[in-house]
Design a protein around this ligand. Structure first.
Ligand code: UTP
Length: 291
């Protein structure tokens, strides 16, 4: 039941984050000193995942560059007395096995995940949106979900949380059949971006899932859905007709970094969580004298 792979779709157009996304992938926009994407990679590594599959669009070479080893650069840093940075750079290039798959057409999240089949094959895998980060105190949300997946015998686990009623229209909304544990539920339905008066609940799917390889069969047969895109949520609704699907209400604070306000909130909170910036940042905020 081990989960070895994490698939991280990073091939989206990022239109909500224009104009920066004309030239830079939103997944590479920095939160303090690391790209958004790297916070997600770290969460996966904490869960014991060894292989990261990045789904990229043509031309998103900055992601590939960031995770490549660069011995010349390391040597140069050491020669300039920056051994510590050389170590950090080396670690980024070696902390996982990296795979890159190009999604040639941006047909949606479900289509992006399907592109990983050539690497993942028959294995179980995590999916994390490349623009969704979390802050947390104990285990990473990905680790929480992987543990549930292993415990319940390798069936789909949707990570999510309750959101404000007016926001459910932005997410996959879930219908619960029964509660099985403290934060664990069995689902009876899921629908992508419902109309406000048609949402089955305010429980939102929030960018993290664990799947067995049978989801690929569903994705291969999933027609275009909401927004004309091939939706991962629609494939989950299909697999629910054949096997149990679970919802885990993960612990942690989630930020949508594909949204400008969500991104700003993430920078402030991550900045405040860093010992070396905390005091200065609090001083700065106090001096703003916000009423
Ligand atoms: P989003 O819906 O946030 O991505 O998808 P988007 O299409 O870039 O967003 P906007 O609305 O245009 O701003 C969530 C994740 O799925 C990836 C995105 O890169 C993001 O990490 N994605 C989305 C793909 O990899 N391929 C797609 O076709 C769509």
């Amino acid at each position: 039941m081990k989960v070895k792979y994490a698939v991280i779709p990073c091939a989206g157009k990022g239109t909500r984050f224009l104009p920066i996304t004309k030239g830079v992938a939103k997944e590479m926009c920095p939160i303090v000193d690391r790209p958004t994407l790297d916070y997600i990679v770290e969460e996966c590594l904490e869960a014991g995942i060894t292989d990261i599959v990045f789904i990229v669009s043509e031309g998103k070479d900055d992601i590939r560059k960031y995770y490549s080893l660069d011995e010349e650069y390391e040597k140069d840093l050491i020669e300039h007395g920056k051994d510590n940075f050389a170590k950090i750079i080396h670690h980024i290039g070696t902390k996982a096995n990296y795979h890159f798959v190009v999604q040639h057409e941006q047909l949606g999240l479900g289509h992006a995940v399907l592109q990983a089949k050539s690497v993942v094959k028959d294995d179980n895998f995590v999916v994390c949106c490349g623009d969704d980060i979390c802050t947390y105190k104990g285990d990473s949300p990905v680790k929480q979900l992987v543990e549930v997946f292993e415990k319940i015998g390798g069936k789909t686990v949707v990570g999510g949380q309750k959101v404000a009623h007016e926001n459910i229209v932005k997410y996959g909304a879930m219908k619960v059949q029964k509660q099985l544990g403290d934060r664990l539920y069995q689902l009876s339905g899921i629908v992508e971006k419902p109309k406000l008066d048609e949402a089955p609940s305010d429980l939102a799917s929030l960018g993290k899932w664990v799947f067995n390889a049978r989801i690929f069969d569903e994705l291969e047969n999933t027609p275009r859905g909401a927004g004309g895109e091939i939706q991962l949520t629609d494939a989950i609704a299909e697999i629910m007709k054949k096997e149990d699907v679970y919802y885990y209400d993960f612990e942690g604070k989630r930020y949508d970094c594909g949204d400008k306000l969500g991104y700003l909130e993430a920078i402030i909170d991550v900045g405040l969580s860093r010992e070396e910036f905390r005091e200065g940042l609090i001083k700065h905020i106090k001096e703003l004298n916000i009423k």
